[in-house]
Design a protein around this ligand. Structure first.
Ligand SMILES: [Zn+2]
Length: 175
């Protein structure tokens, strides 16, 4: 499994065999996601729907250029931008196996980070369920020093159920 963090930079070789699928999300944005990640997401989405929670993908695969424009946006607007967004080349969104969620709450889709942070109960359920479909939380609460990033409940990393089930306990401790 490939890990990208502040010490491991992305290179295009990492995704030379990765198949990205195209998907149009709730606002008809074209989203690209790695094939297995997308299948797992669809199952997680269906399962959560039964529990009354609607999720969609706000952001999936990102090119270096896309990450650069997102990074520059944070750089211009946010004080602690280095803890909130990865520099181009240092994001797992480059792998196609990370997704940022949008959550439907009180009649509208929420994708704004501050508003998402307020959805404490829905995320508790989402995080418990995601483990069964191979997702982990990449930037958990209380692990800011370790990851170098603030808590991001919306950012899920697909690692497959072999890994997610193995580390279920430590995931549950930090949600
Ligand atoms: Zn993300």
């Amino acid at each position: 499994m490939i890990i990208i963090n502040k010490a491991n930079i992305f290179n295009e070789d990492m995704i030379k065999d990765v198949e990205l699928v195209e998907y149009f999300n709730y606002k008809e944005d074209l989203i690209l996601v790695e094939r297995d990640t997308f299948s797992a997401f669809k199952m997680l989405q269906a399962n959560l729907k039964i529990k009354g929670i609607n999720i969609d993908i706000e952001s999936g695969y990102r090119s270096l250029e896309k990450q650069e424009s997102i990074f520059l946006d944070y750089y211009k607007k946010e004080k602690d931008y280095l803890n909130k967004v990865a520099m181009p080349g240092f994001s797992e969104h480059h792998l196609g196996t990370s997704i940022d969620l949008a959550v439907f709450d009180k009649g509208k889709w929420i994708s704004n980070k501050e508003e998402l942070l307020k959805l404490i109960e829905p995320f508790k359920i989402i995080h418990k369920e995601m483990i069964n479909y191979g997702f982990i939380l990449r930037y958990p609460k209380g692990k800011e020093e370790e990851t170098g990033y603030v808590y991001m409940p919306w950012h899920l990393r697909y690692v497959g159920i072999d890994i997610s089930l193995k580390i279920r306990d430590s995931i549950l401790e930090n949600i």
